[in-house]
Design a protein around this ligand. Structure first.
Ligand code: HEM
Ligand SMILES: [Cu+2]
Length: 552
């Protein structure tokens, strides 16, 4: 395969050169990389905010900030992590770069709309930063609960408008992916031949398209209420503050599946490749992705057991929450069954994928504890809940993001990172993660409330050790990102053929790295079954990157 152009080189025919050839590109791969650049900035910024929160909590009393600033810092940390990192990360970066290639297409169906979605994403981020100034960033928590978000004199209207604009970008991405999967697939690729990452993006896109409008309207109602104060959420004037919670979670719970489904898709791509074995239960995984998207839209009020809901409502939402756990468990079972008796090739992508399976399982199981009304009422709004959603969102989607970066990095850039540094970073982040969040489960069970900048003396030891975990985790994250960035700037010429370093079966591994403007140099062959390794074993064993040959 002839040496591909570097990912920075403007592909011919180019309407513009240099930065302009990026800012007005319609190329789905470049739009994916532009999302990567901005999303990386927000992720690392929010990680530093998380570090600040952890530093403040490391010792009782005031450490680095006062209570008012603390409230704004955890709100900003949560808002950025949710709306600017974890919801867009996997679909907008890897979905944009890989989905068209995985289905044998040369772009998405609406390329201009795709570029518009990136500009809306950037604009949403800028508006969020603007709300930091003048009256200060909101101190309400990322959930913007009324009535406090109506009365507080911080910049709530600007911040929720930022979330509204980001919601638009998310909906456009979903619309584009659904149309592309229906209309741009290679004609010989049937629905049961579509790779699992693309399937999870399909399920995710329906949630993005159908659930996001609910939160968009709700956020506009908050701005409306702050501006005109007509009592929409004021019980003393015939309004209902609980209505806000229902509307907010009608999006924000399905939104956790916008976060996790693509992550599950990444893991379903990685585990078969490094087990050299077809995925166990392809059809079951496809069905469970769609089941999660549908059933996940029916459980929102499990966030509101303490809001005064009727016992019947509590029972129904608790029961439905347990139902949703079943399709997630099917996926974990399939991943473990694929590994079972596989010829495991340990590589950095697989290590992150295995950490995902463990951490997400802990997150999911503690989700069952919170799904049961009794224990939930005991630990509601404590650090047990904070630990739970960091296990699911950070341990889940965050680690799937790390796995995706290390799996598709050679494909996206035609460059390979240092394996040893990647392994060290994985061990640092995972051990730091455990030391940081496990004590928070215990502190929550002991009653430590979330969203308080100080605490009673009996919580000091747990917070001290969690502080250490936070430091290890952040060190590991920066080592990881440094290692990846170094592979892009190092002057060492990349001599190895990185078109298919891992011996994959899906179509992105049948293109040069990085792929050319129209993705394929020769007609891609669609496999009858997307994970059939019988045809690729020999290729991998001769690959310079086969870890047994110490090439990484
Ligand atoms: C270095 C990594 C991180 C650290 C040290 C960290 C630390 C924390 C802590 C201690 C809180 C609780 C604040 C409180 O209630 O008083 C918190 C809240 C939160 N974190 Fe993180 N976190 C990190 C990464 C993440 C990631 C990767 C995500 C999402 C993917 C995330 C999402 C959130 C959210 C949504 C909240 C709730 C904010 C609120 O109460 O409004 N965090 N974080
Ligand atoms: Cu939920």
């Amino acid at each position: 395969m002839e040496k591909p152009a570097s990912f920075f080189q403007t592909p011919e025919p180019a309407r513009f050169k240099g930065i302009m050839s990026w800012l007005i590109t319609y190329d789905h791969k470049r739009i994916g990389l532009m999302y990567l650049a901005v999303i990386m900035f927000w992720f690392l910024f929010a990680i530093l905010l998380g570090g600040l929160i952890r530093l403040e909590l490391m010792f009782p009393g005031e450490t680095v900030m006062d209570a008012q600033i603390y409230n704004s810092v955890f709100t900003l940390h949560g808002v950025i992590m949710i709306f600017l990192f974890i919801i867009p990360a996997l679909p907008a970066i890897f979905g944009n770069f890989l989905l068209p290639i995985q289905i044998g297409a040369d772009d998405v169906f609406f390329p201009r709309l795709n570029l518009l979605s990136w500009y809306l994403y950037v604009l949403g981020g800028i508006i969020a930063i603007v709300s930091l100034f003048s009256d200060g960033f909101p101190d309400t928590g990322w959930t913007f609960y009324v009535p406090f978000s109506i009365s507080t004199n911080t910049n709530v209207s600007t911040a929720v408008f930022a979330a509204f604009v980001l919601g638009m970008a998310s909906m456009l991405t979903g619309l584009n992916f659904i149309t592309t999967i229906h209309r741009m697939r290679k004609k010989e690729m049937g629905w049961m031949q579509i790779p699992l990452f693309t399937w999870t993006l399909y399920a995710t896109s329906w949630v993005q398209l159908l659930a996001t409008p609910v939160v968009s309207i709700t956020l506009l109602l908050v701005i409306f209420e702050r501006t005109f104060n007509i009592g929409l959420f004021d019980a003393s004037r015939g309004g209902d503050p609980i209505l806000y919670q229902h509307l907010f979670w009608m999006y924000s719970h399905p939104a956790v599946y916008i976060m996790i489904l693509p992550g599950m898709g990444v893991i379903s791509e990685i585990i078969p490749v490094f087990s050299r074995k077809a995925i166990f239960g392809y059809k079951a995984i496809v069905a469970s992705s769609m089941a999660i998207a549908i059933a996940g839209s029916l459980v929102w009020a499990h966030h509101m057991y303490t809001s005064g809901m009727s016992d019947t409502a509590v029972f129904v939402f608790s029961f439905l929450t347990f139902i949703v756990a079943i399709p997630s468990a099917i996926k974990v079972f399939s991943w473990v069954s694929t590994l079972y008796k596989g010829s495991i090739q340990m590589t950095p992508p697989l290590l992150f994928a295995l950490c995902f399976v463990y951490l997400f399982s802990v997150g999911g199981l503690t989700g069952l504890v919170l799904g049961a009304a009794g224990p939930d009422i005991h630990v509601h709004d404590t650090h047990f809940v904070v630990a739970h959603f960091h296990f699911t969102m950070f341990g889940g989607t965050g680690f799937a993001f790390f796995a995706a970066l290390h799996f598709w990095w050679p494909k996206m850039f035609g460059r390979m990172y240092n394996f040893k540094a990647a392994y060290t970073a994985a061990i640092l982040v995972t051990s730091g993660f455990m030391l940081h969040y496990v004590p928070m489960f215990v502190l929550g069970l002991q009653g430590m409330p979330r969203r308080y900048f100080d605490y009673l003396p009996q919580y000091a030891t747990g917070n001290f050790w969690a502080g250490f975990g936070g430091v290890l985790m952040i060190l590991g994250i920066f080592l990881m990102m440094g290692n990846l960035a170094l592979s892009l700037v190092s002057r060492k010429e990349e001599t190895r053929d990185l078109s298919d370093p891992w011996g994959g079966t899906t179509l992105e591994w049948a293109t040069p790295s990085p792929p050319p403007l129209h993705n394929f140099v020769q007609e891609p062959q669609v496999l009858d079954y997307p994970y059939d390794f019988s045809k690729v074993i020999e290729k991998f064993s001769s690959s310079p990157l086969n870890p047994d040959r110490k090439g990484g």
